[in-house]
Write a new protein. Structure first.
Length: 200
């Protein structure tokens, strides 16, 4: 069975993906472990296009089954932004930037969205240098909390509150993985990933 490359350099995402993919029983590798240092632009207006571009680039460079995601928070009071710009929006602490923007907002509806792309180098289209790419997605609905809560997770987790009243940063990793946007996207992809790894 070939390794599965998780195409991210974000330590929080790397740890989360290792947990989410553990059921595959496959070797999970990240770019640094392969000496890969790619700077892939994410210029598109959709999560799917950005994720597919990144997965294809790493699949092409490594020759391995490669998984990449693009994800973000969408907030009603911010015209359902920052969306695909979530990683580049606001100040150094993105969660605090959202809280500051929503100081006086009564409508705090929000959702976390993940598009997951799987690049399959050995299924490249004839005449194309790029791997075939398959897409999966996950969404979780909630609201933006009034303040940061919880020490777990990363990114927007301390301010994203679920219907249960807990932020995703207050959940144990195993509980978060079941309901998170990334967890749902990976769950949708697992059967296909298992087939691809077993046939590689």
């Amino acid at each position: 069975m070939r390794p599965l490359l998780v195409a991210t350099t974000n330590p929080g995402k790397q740890a989360e993906f290792r947990r989410l993919l553990a059921a595959l029983g496959a070797e999970i590798v990240v770019p640094g472990e392969l000496g890969l240092d790619l700077d892939v632009d994410e210029p598109y207006d959709t999560y799917a296009e950005n994720a597919a571009t990144k997965a294809a680039a790493f699949g092409r460079a490594s020759g391995l089954l490669s998984l990449a995601d693009d994800s973000g928070i969408e907030v009603a009071a911010l015209d359902w932004g920052p969306g695909v710009r979530s990683a580049r929006w606001g100040g150094p602490d993105k969660a605090d930037s959202v809280l500051a923007a929503l100081t006086d907002a009564d409508d705090r509806r929000a959702r976390m969205v993940c598009a997951l792309a799987v690049a399959i180098p050995w299924l490249a289209d004839p005449g194309s240098p790029d791997a075939a790419v398959e897409l999966f997605d996950g969404v979780v609905e909630g609201v933006v909390a009034r303040e940061r809560r919880g020490e777990g997770g990363f990114g927007y987790d301390p301010i994203f509150m679920l219907p249960s009243g807990a932020t995703t940063a207050e959940l144990a990793d195993a509980d978060k993985d079941v309901i998170s946007h990334r967890g749902r996207a990976v769950a949708a992809a697992l059967p296909r990933l298992r087939d691809l790894l077993e046939s590689s």
